[in-house]
Design a protein. Structure first.
Length: 398
C-alpha cells in the first residue's frame, strides 16, 4: 500500500503558511470540480480563475456541476451515445458541446424553477431541499456567466441569457438587519466569563476553553471580522509592542488592525494561561485558536461556539443562536449607534461599497425599543389620573 505523501508549503510570499494552504485547498476543490465537467468549458474555467474570488469560483463550479447533473437526470436534452440512442447515463464530463447547443433559455428557467424545492435520495434517506430567491439568483448568475463566456468564446451560436426569467430578491434595506442589542452582548460576555446559562455538559467544556471562547467573542465584537479572517489568525499575527495584529482579507489583502486594551487582555490571558504550547502538530503550532485536540479550530467549530453564546445572550434555543456574520452586523450597528462615521466603519469592516455600510446606519441600535418605550399609553393614563387625583386632594386641603 502506497503511503500518502505529506503536502508541504514552499512559501515565498509574505502570507503565513496557513493562509497559503487555505487558498491551495480551495483551488484544489475547484480543480477537482473542473475535472468532472465538460472539457469545452476550459475558457470559462480560465475566466473564473482570473476574475472572481476563490470562494465565488468554487460556488459557481458547484452550481454548474449541479446543472449538468440536472440535464442528465431530469431532461432528455443530452444524447446518451453517438447515435443518439439511450444507454447508460453519462457523467457531466462526457456532455458534448453539441448537447449544450440544444439548450434554450426556457430550459434554464425550468432548471431554476426545479431548484426552488427538490428531493435527493441518499442511502435509506430522502433529503428535501428548498432554496430562497437569493440562492436561486446566485444559481442564475452562475449559469449566466457560463453561457455568456461560452458565447464570447464562439462555442455557442447565440447568447441565451437575455431570455432568463428575472428573480426578485430583497432590495438592500428590505431585509431586517439581525444583530445583538447592547444588553444581549453584556449577557453573552457574562456567560462566557462566568459560565452562566450553560448546560452541565457545556460547563465541563467551558472549564477548559473559557479564555479561548472569550477571546474569540471579543475579537468578533470589536473588529467585525469575517469568520475566515478570525479562523486563520496565528499567534505570530500579534505584535504587542506595536499594538497591532495582521489579518488577511478577501483577495489575500493584508491589513493591520490596532489592538485595544480589551482585546489585548483577552488574547494574552488565553495564550498565557490556557492555550497549550507543548506537543502541538507542526501545521498547527502557530494557530491562535486551538481545539481540545490541539488543532486549529475549524470554521464549523467557531460557528457553533458563537451560536451557543449568542443564544444565551438572546435567551433562545441553541439552534436559534446567531452566526459569526451576525456579530459582524452587531459591530457595525454598535459603532454607528455610537456616532461613528459610516466611512470609518466601512474601512474597519472592509466593505467594498459604502451602500453596504449604509444598511447598518438605517438600523439604529435600540431605536424601536426607545420609540415603543415612549408610547406607554396605559402607564401615562394612570400617571395622569394619579396626578389629577393628587391635585384635587391638594386643592381640598387648601
Amino acid at each position: 500500500m502506497t503511503k500518502k505523501k505529506i503536502l508541504r508549503v514552499h512559501n515565498k510570499s509574505d502570507k503565513p503558511d496557513n493562509v497559503v494552504m487555505k487558498e491551495h485547498q480551495i483551488n484544489e476543490k475547484c480543480n477537482e470540480l473542473e475535472r468532472g465537467l465538460p472539457s469545452f468549458m476550459q475558457g470559462f474555467f480560465a475566466y473564473l480563475k482570473g476574475n472572481v474570488l476563490p470562494m465565488t469560483r468554487l460556488a459557481y463550479l458547484h452550481d454548474i456541476t449541479f446543472f449538468c447533473n440536472y440535464l442528465l437526470t431530469e431532461t432528455d436534452l443530452i444524447s446518451e451515445n453517438d447515435s443518439g440512442q439511450k444507454s447508460e447515463k453519462k457523467s457531466p464530463e462526457e456532455i458534448k458541446l453539441s448537447d449544450f447547443k440544444k439548450i434554450k433559455a426556457a430550459h434554464v428557467n425550468m432548471f431554476i424553477d426545479y431548484c426552488r424545492n427538490y428531493t435527493v435520495e441518499s442511502g435509506d434517506a430522502v433529503y428535501y431541499y428548498e432554496n430562497s430567491n437569493r440562492s436561486l439568483a446566485r444559481k442564475k448568475s452562475s449559469l449566466s456567466v457560463m453561457f455568456k463566456q461560452l458565447y464570447r468564446d464562439e462555442l455557442l451560436p447565440k447568447n441565451i441569457t437575455d431570455g432568463f426569467d428575472p428573480i426578485r430578491v430583497p432590495k438592500p434595506g428590505e431585509k431586517e438587519i439581525k444583530a445583538l442589542q447592547d444588553d444581549e452582548v453584556m449577557i453573552m460576555l457574562d456567560a462566557v466569563t462566568t459560565g452562566s446559562g450553560l448546560t452541565k455538559k457545556e460547563h465541563e467544556y467551558w472549564e477548559k476553553t473559557k479564555l479561548r471562547d472569550k477571546a474569540i467573542l471579543i475579537i468578533f465584537l470589536t473588529y467585525g471580522l469575517r469568520l475566515s479572517e478570525l479562523q486563520q489568525l496565528n499567534v505570530s499575527s500579534f505584535n504587542y509592542s506595536r499594538g497591532e495584529f495582521t489579518i488577511y482579507r478577501k483577495r489575500g489583502k493584508e491589513s493591520s488592525m490596532p489592538l485595544n486594551r480589551s482585546v489585548t487582555e483577552a488574547v494574552r490571558d488565553y495564550t498565557e494561561n490556557e492555550r497549550p504550547s507543548q506537543d502541538l502538530p507542526e501545521e498547527h503550532a502557530d494557530a491562535l485558536f486551538l481545539s481540545l485536540q490541539k488543532k486549529r479550530m475549524t470554521e464549523r467549530q467557531i460557528r457553533e461556539l458563537v451560536k451557543k453564546y449568542t443564544s444565551i445572550g438572546m435567551n433562545v434555543s441553541r439552534k436559534s443562536g446567531y452566526s459569526p456574520h451576525k456579530l459582524r452586523a452587531t459591530t457595525a450597528t454598535s459603532l454607528i449607534g455610537r456616532g461613528n462615521s459610516i466611512f470609518d466603519v466601512q474601512e474597519l469592516l472592509d466593505h467594498e461599497q459604502i451602500t453596504t455600510t449604509q444598511l447598518y446606519a438605517k438600523h439604529k441600535m435600540n431605536t424601536r425599543r426607545d420609540l415603543v418605550r415612549d408610547m406607554e399609553w396605559e402607564i401615562e393614563r394612570k400617571e395622569n389620573n394619579e396626578e389629577q387625583t393628587n391635585e384635587e386632594k391638594s386643592d381640598k386641603n387648601k
